[in-house]
Design a protein around this ligand. Structure first.
Ligand code: NAD
Length: 438
């Protein structure tokens, strides 16, 4: 099948690469000419495990091409996926200008039946808005080509995006017309054969499933983070609490890892957008609102804990390990590590930071204007530091040489924000350990 993807960001590029791997002919379009130029020269704009290989392979096979030309992208495709950004506005609602602009650009070139698939995260009612934009544009052009709208929200996790797209927990498809459903079934036929779970529903339901899912996960993380603070004051161990809870199938073991508070571009904007949608519908989304508050408090709690242990941060050298909002990505949008770095800089600390992949992006996000010393590896960052703060649990930070660390540090504080070390192991090496929730 011929498919076009509008927007070659994280979601668009991963979707395009994976759909071409399924055997489809995919055209990826972006208005960012430099990004397309780079992609045409084999330069992948984001780090995502397995993505570069898939892009290279399918591009060489002629199944995946990159363009800025809407006419070409629309003419070639039966189905067009909109995967552009939906950034938050000040009131929490999502800015749909890129989605509607993409719809308008598509409509300008429709010449036969098309299925327009919304993959961006959009509030309920956006499917209807996209439909209206296309109807109006076709009307202006004086043509009556048939088209259908589908909602197919994306649930991939950055850092595991290719794997999640290829082996999804579920594929949600909101549709109005059976012809569009058949097109979607054909697109995802390979997942059908492999018995992945499909949810066929109406467009509004599909749109809401995405927000409800992300908000639920945010609540779950915030819950265990609050429990971690209780653990710290009563002498309980949050990891054991989480394990004991998670063995109950009704609760489940995933997303019960206490940490420094969630980050990333999606949870923050999607939870706020759900609260706004609730407000508009006259429903108080009290749990989601609380989760956001708890997340902000968790970040503050972590920073205060560090300050309490170290004392004045002014002039102290802090080694920060990990800047990406999670491992296996170069994405630092809303990264808790960046929040912590900026807080520490604001308190006069000297930051020596290292991240295996995300340093280039992090350089653009340090807000205070004070310099961060970006180091060549984790030991370089730790050299001469008063404290080590492990924020993003990259695999290479999970088995650090603690004896070496002790010998090259100036001080001895080791703050593991992800609980990937046991207190005993760290303290056996002469370091003073702080973890989260125990
Ligand atoms: P992104 O910012 O990485 O990429 C968006 C791309 O769209 C950019 O390259 C931009 O140049 C392009 N674009 C903007 N307007 C365009 C237009 N009119 N025509 C063509 N291209 C245009 O965004 P992303 O992280 O890929 O997210 C896209 C959507 O998917 C968002 O709604 C997001 O919430 C959702 N989503 C993201 C993730 C994630 O992990 N990043 C996961 C699930 C869902």
């Amino acid at each position: 099948m011929n498919i076009s993807i509008i927007g070659a960001g994280c979601v668009g590029l991963v979707s395009g690469a994976c759909l071409s791997e399924f055997g489809h002919c995919v055209t990826c379009l972006d208005i960012d000419a430099e990004k397309i130029e780079n992609l045409n020269h084999g330069v992948i704009p984001i780090y995502e495990p397995g993505l570069a290989e898939l892009v290279k392979k399918n591009n060489a096979a002629g199944r995946l091409i990159f363009t800025t030309d809407y006419e070409l992208a629309v003419a070639k495709a039966v189905a067009l996926f909109i995967a552009v950004g939906t950034p938050p506005r000040d009131d929490g609602s999502l800015d749909l200008q890129h989605v509607l602009a993409a719809a308008n650009s598509i409509a300008g070139h429709i010449d036969s039946y098309k299925v327009i698939v919304n993959k961006s995260t959009v509030p309920v009612g956006t499917g209807a808005k996209v439909k209206k934009v296309i109807e109006d544009a076709l009307h202006r052009r004086g043509c009556g080509h048939a088209f259908d709208i589908v909602s197919n929200p994306e649930f991939l996790r950055e850092g595991a995006a290719v794997k999640d797209f290829m082996y999804p927990d579920r594929v949600v498809i909101g549709f109005e017309n059976t012809m569009a459903r058949e097109v979607m079934e054909e697109i995802y036929r390979i997942l059908y054969i492999n018995s992945h779970q499909f949810v066929f529903t109406n467009i509004e339901t599909a749109e809401l499933i995405k927000f409800a899912s992300n908000a639920f996960l945010a609540v779950k993380i915030s819950f265990i983070n609050e429990i971690s603070q209780v653990c710290e004051s009563v002498g309980a161990d949050v990891q054991q609490v989480a394990r004991g809870m998670g063995l109950d199938n009704r609760i489940g073991k995933h997303f019960l890892h206490a940490g420094p508070g969630y980050g990333g571009s999606c949870f923050s904007k999607d939870t706020r957008a759900l609260i706004k949608a609730g407000d508009d519908a006259g429903v108080e989304m009290a749990l989601v609102r609380s989760a956001i508050g708890a997340n902000d408090r968790q970040k503050m709690h972590i920073m205060k804990k560090l300050e309490k242990t170290i004392g004045s941060l002014n002039g102290k050298v802090i080694a920060v390990l990990g800047l990406a909002f999670k491992p296996e990505t170069d994405d630092v949008r809303e990264s808790t590590a960046i929040t912590i770095v900026n807080h520490l800089l604001g308190k006069g600390a000297i930051i020596r930071a290292y991240d295996p992949i995300a340093m280039a992006n992090a350089k653009r996000y340090t807000l205070t204007g004070k310099p961060v010393i970006f180091c060549k590896d984790e030991y370089d960052a730790i050299d001469g530091s008063d404290a080590v703060v492990l924020i993003t649990e990259w695999n290479q930070f999970r088995s650090l040489d603690l004896t070496r660390i002790k010998s090259i540090m100036h001080g001895n504080i080791f703050f593991g924000c992800r609980n990937v070390y046991s207190r005993d192991t760290v303290e056996k090496n002469g370091l003073f350990y702080i973890g989260v929730g125990g």
